[in-house]
Design a protein around this ligand. Structure first.
Ligand code: NAD
Ligand code: IPM
Ligand code: MN
Length: 355
């Protein structure tokens, strides 16, 4: 197949991990006879430096005309002045809104070798296989913002339609797994959460093979650490999903290994690791590329419909996690290049064995 992929490295370690992911996609393409055309674009602080805009029109146009978007990360201390009028993060939020990618999938499995790296007891991590579905284009992120003297307001707004579409997506994903859905809200306090819960109940009732359990977000934050293997698909609103997924990264050993897919109603998706621009390690060649590489597996699956290739890539990454020298966040000494080379080597060996 032919596919056009917009590559937006962004800031900090973003370009380092996306170029690793592009190398891996190139290898998959040449092994399986696909032609991937990569189109590089700007976002975030680096786009502000180059053209004064965290989301240039050229980037929006390129994304809209491509099959998928591969993104690194945005932000950094250089652009973090609290008084600044524009921030890199606005570019990312505007891109998500413009492309209408309302469902952010963040899968998390604990690889046995990494279980010992988690601050949690390794025994509690056996069998952890979670899929977070985070609402991505609503809530406090996109409500009206107001600053008047000593007062600041962030409006948190959700409509029934916004909740319905993301919960439907979560139900469809749940029925392909164990059919168990957990919806996370704060319905004991927030009106948006009461709307969320009632809408979720109604939508789930349409799916005979899906059951739902509701959890309050404060309690869920604790349960994720104490009983992580008890959950399967977890659907929640934008801000809760942002926080819970970084927390859950502690289960997987490092923020650096977690991928994400942001999907809308069509095939176009935005694929990015869940971590940020990691200014503390940027430019040193030591960033873990696995989150970005696993994001390309999601890209192959969800935007290009290449399920077999996605699985081959996930198996190759498992092979690396089993046996290769890993990056420092995972207790190893390897750099980004070495880990990427190990993934490429796994893909090549597996290809030879299959031939
Ligand atoms: P961060 O995710 O960038 O870093 C948190 C910690 O995890 C740091 O110690 C970092 O070194 C480590 N880490 C993250 N990714 C890693 C990787 N691949 N390999 C090894 N270690 C890794 O979060 P932060 O420091 O709170 O935020 C930094 C900037 O990134 C901020 O400007 C924030 O807004 C932005 N951010 C962007 C995104 C995104 O673009 N999607 C996501 C989160 C944060
Ligand atoms: C993420 C990030 C972003 C978010 C920021 C950078 C706007 O933390 O992708 O998880 O909060 O959505
Ligand atoms: Mn986040």
């Amino acid at each position: 197949m032919r596919a056009v992929i917009t590559v937006i490295g962004g800031d900090g370690i973003g370009p380092e991990v996306t170029s690793a992911a592009v190398a891996v996609l190139g290898e998959i393409g040449s092994q399986h006879g696909h032609v991937f055309e990569f189109n590089e674009q700007l976002i975030g602080g680096s786009a502000m430096d180059r053209c004064g805009d965290p989301l240039p029109q050229a980037t929006i146009d390129a994304c809209a005309n491509s099959d998928a978007v591969l993104l690194g990360a945005v932000g950094g201390p250089k652009w973090s002045d609290p008084h600044a009028k524009i921030r890199p993060e606005q570019g990312l939020l505007a891109l998500r809104a413009k492309l209408g990618v309302f469902a952010n999938l963040r899968p998390l499995r604990v690889h046995p070798r990494l279980a010992s790296l988690s601050p949690l007891k390794a025994g509690n991590l056996i069998g952890v296989d979670l899929l977070f579905v985070r609402e991505l284009t609503g809530g406090a992120y996109f409500g009206k913002k107001l600053r008047e003297g000593d007062v600041a307001i962030d409006e948190c707004r959700y409509s029934v339609a916004e909740v319905e579409r993301v919960v439907r997506r979560a139900c469809e994903l749940a029925r392909g797994r164990t059919g168990r859905l957990t919806s996370v809200d704060k319905a004991n306090v927030l009106e948006t959460s009461r709307l969320w819960r009632a809408t979720t109940e109604r939508v789930v009732a349409e799916y005979a093979d899906v059951t739902v359990e509701h959890q309050l977000v404060d309690s869920m934050a604790m349960l994720l650490l104490t009983r992580p293997s008890a959950y399967d698909v977890i659907v929640t609103e934008n801000l809760f999903g942002d926080i819970l997924t970084d927390e859950a990264a502690a289960l997987a050993g490092s923020l650096g290994v977690l991928p994400s897919a942001s999907l809308g109603s069509g095939r176009l998706g935005v694929y990015e690791p869940i971590h940020g621009s990691a200014p503390d390690i940027a430019g040193q060649g030591i960033a873990n590329p696995i989150g970005a590489i696993l994001s390309t597996a999601l890209l192959l699956r969800h935007s290009l419909g290449l399920e077999a290739e996605a699985r081959l890539l996930e198996a190759a990454v498992d092979g690396v996690l089993e046996s290769a020298e890993l990056t420092r966040d995972l207790g190893g000494t390897a750099g980004t290049r070495e880990v990427t080379a190990a993934v490429l080597a796994q893909l090549k060996t597996r290809r030879k064995a299959a031939a």
